[in-house]
Design a protein around this ligand. Structure first.
Ligand code: PHB
Ligand code: FE
Length: 326
């Protein structure tokens, strides 16, 4: 299916924004809000948090498990096709039978979401930027921001530090040290490699590398070892999605502090509040949803197990939802 054939071609509304239809779902935006309608209900969300969530859903290819934009709207990744839902993970919507879910081929929902971002993100707004580093998402349509809305996560071609890793590690790369990390030591380690091993042995200053991140809440991938992905990220303000895990993931707080609200994945009932300070390490269970708050820009290392077998094993009870039982 080509992108053009699946994306709504409706004309812009009185605010300059095109409406979009995906199955039984209809999306419209005005100066302040995004309005979502489905056969059994409707929802209204502020444009800025909605676009920030939509941006991550697209850039991460629907991520692991569930991406809740808020307590009502979200996507559930089946890795090939994707459910778009309203109220699916909201106990009260379920009880009232207002919830609705439809399954779409990955490429169809992605093309529609990408077209929505292209049309609804104005020139001054960068959905990946910290609040103090972007213009406003609100108002009548004014221009577009293609470089921002087509950005994908940085992925090292090899372990960072090795030749041809394509790193972002100098001012020449166009990524200056972020204002919040002006105190981060930029000295690179000196490695003396035996002849013949120059292509295989290296080290780099991980903190210096991360201090140049120009985005927030966007894990990059700095090393891949079979299914083990090390995904560091810089965080400021609020994680724009409420992530429902489908596997255990580990967090190492590398600097500053993040407060995590942890809820039951299905119902949204509160389970824990986790305050992580620099040096703290936590495992997030496979049956929760969570959202982080970072008062100051901080560095977080997310460690993911990328195995495609895990969600099924956990759903069938063959693998535990926690990495250790005390
Ligand atoms: C997560 O939901 O696990 C997550 C997502 C993005 C981040 C950090 C953590 O930047
Ligand atoms: Fe998560």
């Amino acid at each position: 299916m080509t992108e053009a054939s699946v994306v709504s071609s409706e004309p812009p509304n009185q605010h300059g924004y095109r409406p979009f239809t995906l199955g039984g779902f209809r999306f419209e935006r005005d100066e302040h809000f995004v309005h979502v309608q489905w056969p059994t209900g409707r929802h209204v969300a502020a444009a800025e948090p909605f676009l920030k969530a939509l941006m991550r859903d697209v850039a991460w290819n629907f991520f692991y498990g569930t991406v809740n934009f808020d307590s009502v709207i979200g996507t559930l990744n089946h890795y090939g096709d994707v459910d778009l839902f309203a109220g699916r993970f909201n106990e009260e919507y379920r009880k009232a039978e207002l919830d609705h879910s439809e399954n779409f081929p990955h490429d169809e929902i992605k093309a529609t979401f990408q077209a929505m971002l292209d049309d609804w993100v104005n020139e001054d707004f960068d959905p990946f930027a910290a609040p103090m580093e972007t213009g406003s998402a609100y108002g009548e349509k004014s221009g577009s921001n293609a470089p921002a809305v087509t950005r994908t996560r940085v992925t090292a071609k090899r372990m960072v530090g090795l030749p041809n890793d394509e790193p972002l590690r100098s001012d020449e790369s166009g990524y200056p040290v972020n204002r919040a990390f002006a105190d981060v030591d930029q000295t690179e380690p000196k490695v003396e490699v035996n002849e013949g091993y120059e292509n295989d042995v290296s080290a780099f200053n991980f903190f210096a590398y991360l201090s140049r991140s120009d985005v927030t809440w966007n894990p990059s991938v700095v090393s891949v070892c079979r299914e083990s992905l090390l995904c560091p990220t810089t965080e400021e303000f609020i994680l724009p999605i409420i992530h429902g895990n489908d596997r255990v993931e580990w967090f190492v707080q590398l600097s500053d502090e993040i407060i995590w609200e942890v809820e039951d994945r299905e119902t949204g009932k509160p389970r824990a509040k986790v305050v992580m300070k620099a040096g703290d390490c936590a495992a997030m269970p496979a049956d929760i949803r969570h959202q982080g708050y970072s008062p100051k820009r901080s560095m977080l290392l997310v460690w993911e197990n990328n195995s495609a077998d895990l969600p099924g094993q956990i759903a069938r009870g063959e693998a535990p939802t926690v990495p250790v039982t005390f």
